[in-house]
Design a protein around this ligand. Structure first.
Ligand SMILES: Nc1ncnc2c1ncn2[C@@H]1O[C@H](COP(=O)(O)OP(=O)(O)OP(=O)(O)O)[C@@H](O)[C@H]1O
Length: 282
């Protein structure tokens, strides 16, 4: 069952921040949500969670518009790892992860909720920290608690906002692998991320936003071209392909790439085709 994001418009006060954003994600897709600072990535993520005021459009999953659901019902379908969030000082790691089960809990948590919590703590290497208070953790440990809570929620869709920004290299890689495993088991993941090399390496889909408009959509190997990235980030960027890997870096000064003033003339392939690169701005 795909996640269909259709014609999302969003205004903050009178300023339009998202313009007719449309794309769909299939089970198994780990999609990078890319774009420069202020382009609208976090806003789109929050819109999908019902946390930002959508002025038009819908988000369809399993036959329902997620935007029409209550918070609890939406939380059974979609979990979120925020960039940062306030830390309650008197909460232990175990209880913070158990909170991921609150959409299912009645008066008290069931044994299945505790089992899901333990599995998630183990996955994220947090069992040893279970009894620690979350306000005593390092930034990276706290980030792993957020991820564990989202996994414990047991949803089919996972939204992540820069989930590896506070993590050291080992946990960056392990987190990317866990999310990839989640999608290989049939989940759908959408991750706002700045690290283009991470996106190229771990994601099998990428969607680019510029100034609130969708400007490119496809596999990273197709979308990541010098021309597109230089245009979107307004900065000369080199892309090399080799050994099955795409590598992105700032262009060397002795062969700087001209930042094109026009969008590359790629067109969307028919639905279901692997190349979904679109030229979304005329
Ligand atoms: N609560 C808000 N009220 C008004 N404007 C907002 C609000 N939140 C974000 N914006 C504006 O919306 C636009 C998109 O911001 P957003 O945070 O979605 O960008 P982003 O792509 O996630 O940026 P970054 O990469 O820097 O995290 C920006 O111009 C920002 O100033």
């Amino acid at each position: 069952m795909s996640l269909e994001i259709r014609n999302i418009d969003l205004h903050y006060r009178k300023r339009q921040v998202l313009h007719q954003i449309s794309f769909h994600l299939e089970p198994g897709e780990f999609c990078a949500l890319l774009g420069p600072n202020g382009s609208g990535k976090s806003t789109l993520t929050k819109a999908l969670l019902g946390l930002a005021p959508v002025s038009g459009g819908s988000v369809l999953f399993e036959g329902v518009d997620l935007l029409s659901l209550s918070r609890v019902e939406r939380a059974k379908r979609i979990a979120y790892v925020p960039q940062s969030s306030p830390v309650p000082f008197d909460l232990r790691v175990y209880d913070a992860v158990l909170l991921g089960r609150s959409p299912y809990a009645g008066v008290r948590y069931a044994p299945a909720d505790h089992q899901a919590t333990l599995r998630s703590l183990e996955k994220l290497g947090l069992l040893e920290l279970s009894d620690r208070y979350v306000n005593e953790l390092s930034g990276g440990q706290l980030q792993r608690v957020q991820i564990a809570r989202a996994f414990a929620q047991g949803t089919r869709i996972l939204l992540l906002d820069e989930p590896t920004s506070a993590l050291d290299l080992r946990y960056q890689v392990e987190t990317m692998r866990l999310v990839r495993e989640f999608t290989r088991e049939g989940g759908i993941a959408l991750m706002a991320v700045h690290d283009l090399n991470h996106a190229a390496r771990y994601c099998n889909r990428s969607v680019m936003i510029s100034d609130g408009h969708l400007v490119a959509d496809g596999a990273p190997g197709e979308v990541f071209t010098s021309q597109t990235l230089s245009r979107v980030f307004d900065f000369p960027i080199d892309v090399s392909h080799g050994d099955g890997l795409v590598t992105v870096r700032p262009a060397e000064s002795d062969h700087e790439i001209h930042v094109p003033s026009e969008w590359p003339a790629h067109r969307a392939a028919p639905r279901g085709q692997p190349n979904r690169f679109v030229e979304a701005r005329a």
